[in-house]
Ligand binder design. Structure first.
Ligand code: AHR
Length: 327
């Protein structure tokens, strides 16, 4: 039994965890051997929106080109199941783990167990609580967007394009405790706090889901019928909000400005239809980047703690030309 198999077995059955964890981390992060084929784990958190489906597809599309025997799981929206899925991958002897952690804190045990089992882990698209688990120490690197900047860019676009005098803003937040929800709120709210004519009258989670976004918007509309800006942390909730507003007889794009993040096909279509103002891109196509970074790591390179993805911005100026490539 080699060291990695021994560590993986011990981590899976929960014996000698502390001793073995020390052994695995004595020389820093677990190394990655250079090989033609790798057993790769990709632990998806849920598949209830086009973004997640596009991300999973990107890993599947990359697998053959990158020499991956891919084990992909779907935690169906449960952080506990996502931890269990990672446990199972460790027991199956994966060489490397790509993990989009659903929430910042509950997924920390998965990161720690993978390290203890000698498996290099890359966080993709979302991160964990940096006070507890850090790149270069507990996992190799975070591959993803700057969510604070995304929120900031939405706020700046809104300030430049809102036609009214006083902005009455409803904010639809993403999954509570997730890094994009925390950071997109911070980026947007900090900018708006500097403008006296902008008030965020309500901020509530729609869990990054279209139908919940619609339901939350319906409820918030009762309390705030004078809303004239909706900031959604993702496009799915923005589309849900448009549905709620239309049902209530409002005119999204005319009497309510809708602003959001992601760049999905439905959002680009809503921009073309004049119902939505802007969506700042958050790309789900992580497969090729994951392949490149993993190969660099296997070659012995030190990976930067944050492999940052650059995001475009979609408005009426460019939505139509980007529709064909959207997901
Ligand atoms: O972590 C990225 C976010 O997660 C996307 O914006 C959202 O649509 C997805 O569920």
């Amino acid at each position: 039994m080699n060291r990695r198999t021994m560590l993986a077995t011990a981590a899976a059955i929960g014996i000698g965890f502390v001793t073995l964890a020390t052994a695995a981390s004595a020389d820093g992060l677990p190394p990655l051997e250079k090989k033609d084929r790798y057993k790769v784990g990709f632990s998806q958190m849920e598949s209830n929106n086009p973004w997640r489906i596009a991300e999973t597809k990107s890993f599947h599309d990359t697998a053959e080109k990158c020499g991956w025997d891919l084990i992909a799981t779907d935690a169906a929206g449960s952080a506990a199941k996502q931890v269990a899925d990672v446990d199972s991958m460790i027991a199956q002897g994966i060489d490397v783990l790509f993990l989009p952690p659903r929430e910042e804190k509950p997924l920390i045990p998965a990161v720690m167990k993978a390290k203890a089992a000698g498996i290099p882990t890359f966080l993709v698209d979302r991160s964990v609580d940096p006070n507890v688990a850090r790149p270069g120490e507990h996992f190799v690197a975070f591959l993803g967007s700057d969510f604070i900047d995304q929120g900031r860019r939405v706020a700046e676009w809104t300030l430049e394009n809102f036609k009214g005098e006083k902005g009455i803003i409803v904010e639809l937040e993403g999954t509570t405790g997730s890094s994009p929800a925390n950071d997109r709120r911070k980026g947007f709210d900090d900018v708006m706090a500097q403008h006296d004519n902008m008030t965020i009258v309500a901020s509530q989670s729609g869990d990054f889901a279209r139908d919940l976004g619609r339901q939350v918007m319906e409820t918030l509309l009762q309390a705030h019928p004078d809303v004239n800006i909706v900031y959604a942390h993702n496009d799915e909730m923005a589309i849900g909000a448009i549905q709620a507003l239309e049902l209530a007889g409002r005119k999204p794009g005319e009497d309510v400005l809708i602003v959001s993040i992601d760049g999905t096909r439905d959002a680009l279509q809503a921009i073309i239809d004049g119902k939505m103002g802007v969506t700042v891109e958050s790309s789900p196509f992580f497969g090729p980047l994951a392949c490149e970074v993993m190969q660099r790591y296997a070659n012995g390179e030190t990976i930067e703690p944050w492999v940052q993805v650059k995001d475009r911005i979609f408005t009426s100026a460019n939505a139509a030309e980007n529709l064909a490539g959207a997901y």
